[in-house]
Ligand binder design. Structure first.
Ligand code: SAH
Ligand code: MG
Length: 401
């Protein structure tokens, strides 16, 4: 049997009922809708039921800072602003100055003027400036402007987020057109590109939901921003990567030295650049084996009679960094509190895996300082006066660039 599917007239009636039950509008909200009608604006504001959904979501996550892209007459802005606690704030971006002015009046009438700032102009530019001024992260971002640019808006939204930020994208189903391939239409291609990006993005966990109602058939995407990638946030990962990178930078600085300079003796640490850098890499290899423990045995030391060029040492460094990172990953799986035995100068000691990893990833630091000192003493123009900046913050800036 073929039951007739509910259609637009049912959706309208149900939306009216939902509104009466759950999302009653006060005069300010009604006046906002009327002002938009009078100004001849397209009827593309969220419905009252959807406005209430935005309010409930904002309250559920305890949002204190909200960003909205696409203001129109301020209807969704008011629902969102009313979810804010005292001291909360909302920034909303609108291209059209006339719409922004109308929204301004509506938002004031609704009593939200103090917490809302309307920024007039192309949203992409306003988002760039928010990033440039290092605005504190937003707790909730509502993307509801031109579909063709929604991927760019999503990327800006993530950059302006913290772990736990909720990004809501309106009109993501586009009356079902979202599944049409190769239309060449910017609005369809825009939403599809955003979906692909969300699917690939390591930090996003997202849900998509189709909606019907007074606004017809469309849908929302809700994307939750997760932790930054481990290499950007986890202390052990940062130590491992920074240490290898910093030693690489020092070896690169040595690449332009003559053989004599590379082996010049100093009363500093292991005695020459060659010896100090070989010692740093040698320790990485040794500790990778020690951390793995039996049945892994210590491989032969590289700190012997063989002499290597900076380029040869760079190759060994890359292998050592990969080995150490793999040992660290296994150590994490065993638990960083696990104790293991190490024999140093004939004496056996017990360390936690965590202590050993911090030791090996910071061991290079003072030897690198010795290297920089030797490089300075060599007085080689272009090297000694341009020593590399290699602290962990330099690493993070370079890794992102
Ligand atoms: N969020 C509103 C509806 C927004 S409609 C509500 O639910 O009440 C989309 C708005 O985005 C329009 O007012 C349009 O002028 C604005 N817009 C379109 N392109 C834009 C752009 N490039 N930059 C900023 N705003 C833009
Ligand atoms: Mg919309």
């Amino acid at each position: 049997m073929n039951t007739p599917q509910p259609s637009q007239s049912t959706w309208d009636a149900v939306d009216r009922a939902l509104e009466q039950w759950l999302a009653p509008q006060d005069e300010a909200l009604q006046a906002t809708t009327m002002s938009a009608e009078r100004a001849g604006l397209p009827r593309i504001a969220v419905s009252p039921a959807q406005g209430r959904l935005l309010e409930v979501l904002a309250r559920a996550i305890g949002a204190r800072r909200i960003l909205e892209i696409g203001t129109l007459a301020g209807f969704s802005t008011i629902w969102l602003a009313r979810a804010l606690p005292p001291g909360g704030s909302l920034v909303t971006l609108e291209l059209d100055p006339g719409r922004a002015q109308l929204a301004h009046e509506n938002i004031d009438r609704a009593g939200c003027g103090e917490m809302v700032r309307i920024v007039v102009g192309p949203a992409a530019e306003s988002l760039e400036s928010l990033r440039a001024m290092c605005a504190p992260p937003f707790d909730l971002v509502f993307i509801d402007a031109d579909r063709e640019r929604c991927l760019a808006y999503l990327e800006h939204a993530i950059a302006l987020s913290r772990p736990g930020t909720l990004i809501i994208v309106d009109n993501a189903v586009h009356r079902g057109r979202v599944i049409e391939q190769g239309t060449g239409e910017p609005s369809v291609e825009g939403v599809r590109a955003m979906m692909d990006a969300i699917q690939r993005h390591p930090r996003l966990k997202a849900a998509g939901i189709q909606t019907v109602g007074a606004k017809g058939y469309d849908g929302l995407v809700l994307a939750l921003v997760g932790d930054a990638p481990r290499a950007e946030s986890d202390p052990l990962d940062i130590l491992l990567r920074h240490d290898a990178w910093a030693t690489r930078e020092v070896l690169r600085a040595c690449a332009g030295l003559t053989d004599e300079q590379w082996h010049r003796r100093f009363e500093i640490g292991p005695g020459s650049l060659h010896d100090a850098l070989t010692h740093i890499v040698g320790a990485m290899l040794r500790w990778a084996d020690r951390i793995d423990g039996p049945p892994t045995e210590l491989r032969p030391s590289i700190e012997g009679d063989v002499q290597r060029t900076p380029a040869e040492l760079l190759v060994i460094l890359d292998a050592a960094a990969a080995d150490l990172a793999a040992s660290a990953e296994r150590a994490r799986a065993r638990g960083l509190g696990t104790e293991f035995a190490v024999t140093l100068a004939g004496q056996t000691h017990r360390f936690t895996l965590g202590a050993a990893l911090v030791h090996v990833t910071t061991h290079g630091m003072h030897h690198r300082a010795q290297c920089l000192n030797m490089l300075r003493h060599l007085s080689v123009p272009g090297v000694s006066d341009r020593l590399p900046e290699i602290d962990p913050l330099d690493w993070q800036l370079q890794a992102r660039a």
